[in-house]
Design a protein around this ligand. Structure first.
Ligand code: ATP
Length: 363
């Protein structure tokens, strides 16, 4: 296994498009790192640069202790799993699994041993003599994973490997990937635009937007202390509520908005510079609490409930006050009806503050 290090890595496509501005970070030996971001943010480009399928415009890429900027893909000791499987249709599962090894001149007995081990790990033993057309989507994806496994590479690169699977299979295959990672202790880089996949699989996550690394941290640190408004809005569903207004001090800090004020009950050293200036206050839907359900919770704002969405284990309340829209997640037994007024509170320590200009978190 090997660590992967990026030092000021840049990518500019020949048409002048800057796909990656300047990325510097390290994927530790044995780590499962997720690259996540919206469509077009540059995650596939970055993965392809690690693979050697895309040239590096600037900076240095290191795998293990070797600079790989000019090393051909086949010499990088990596294996890539694509979302479209890329299986050979005329070969059986066994042949698909062993093909890469045969090309590399690995001897027959060793190929058989590695194919058997991968097939055991992925539950493909019953399917070894089938062709891809006779497999389900989930099984094809497992064969694609298996082809990477038999190579026993230093680094696994996975590009949205679950995106062609239905919701249920996505879940089980996701767990399978996590299990394989635990068993192998392999270095893995996993690209997805799905925040749930990113949160559940990643030991650490790189959030990319517009070719710029927004934040790199553990899933819970990203969720609890997003570095900027983009990360705050990207992770979490429904998304974090954002209140825009002016920060005032009168009986403690208040946020003055177009349609009234909120007593924040919170303070942060960094907020001193924002007094009487615009600021964005964020609060996650699960932190916006109904006063009726929480004894002793101070009412801090009222809103009009427009739409009530029960999702089984909880209920989403979609609310509005003036132009502002908010969502709260409340327990499933909630009896709040659409078109009613609701009194809300929050624990001040759950608030997030952001600079509306440069969008950075204020602590
Ligand atoms: P998706 O989730 O849609 O696959 P992504 O985050 O993986 O998106 P990339 O495929 O890395 O995004 O593309 C990043 C940006 O670079 C996009 O704006 C894309 O249009 C552009 N791009 C990709 N390949 C090329 C190319 N060969 N030439 C010019 N621009 C390109």
């Amino acid at each position: 296994m090997a660590a992967v290090r990026l030092d000021k890595v840049r990518k500019v496509y020949p048409n002048g498009h800057v796909a990656l501005k300047e990325a510097s970070f390290e994927i530790a030996d044995g780590e499962l790192l997720v690259l996540v971001g919206p469509s077009g943010c540059g995650k596939t480009t970055l993965l392809r640069m690690i693979a050697g399928l895309e040239s590096i415009t600037g900076g240095t890429m290191t795998i293990g202790d070797r600079v790989v900027n000019d090393v051909a893909p086949k010499d990088r000791d990596i294996a890539m799993v694509f979302q479209n499987y890329a299986l050979y249709p005329h070969m059986t599962v066994r042949e698909n699994l062993g093909f890469g090894l045969r090309l590399r001149g690995v001897d027959r007995a060793e190929i058989d041993r590695r194919v058997a081990a991968a097939s055991d790990m992925l539950g493909l033993n019953e399917r070894l003599e089938h062709r891809p057309a006779a497999l389900s989507g989930g099984q094809r994806q497992r064969v694609a994973l298996g082809r990477a496994l038999v190579r026993d590479p230093s680094v696994f690169l996975l590009d949205e490997p679950l995106s062609n699977l239905d919701a249920k299979l996505r879940l089980s295959t996701r767990v399978e990937i996590a299990r394989i990672h635990r068993r192998l202790g392999a270095t893995m880089v996993y690209v997805t635009h799905d925040q749930i996949e990113a949160m559940t699989l990643g030991q650490r996550i790189v959030v990319l937007n517009g070719g710029v690394v927004q934040q790199l941290d553990t899933p819970m640190n990203l969720y609890n202390t997003p570095a900027n408004l983009f990360v705050a809005g990207f992770l979490g569903s429904p998304a974090m509520n954002l209140f825009r207004g002016t920060l005032r001090r009168a009986d403690g800090l208040r946020l003055e908005m177009k349609d009234g004020a909120i007593a924040l009950g919170a303070d942060a050293p960094g907020l001193a510079a924002y007094l009487d200036k615009p600021v964005v206050v964020g609060i996650r839907p699960e932190d916006l609490l109904t006063v009726d359900d929480h004894a002793g919770l101070a009412e801090r704002l009222r809103a009009h409930v427009e739409v009530v969405e029960p999702v089984g284990n909880e209920v989403f309340l979609n609310m509005r006050r003036g132009d502002a829209e908010w969502v709260a997640r409340v327990p499933p037994h909630s009896t709040i009806q659409p078109d009613s007024e609701v009194a809300l509170g929050f624990r001040p320590e759950r608030l997030h503050f952001f600079d509306p200009e440069n969008t950075a978190r204020i602590d």
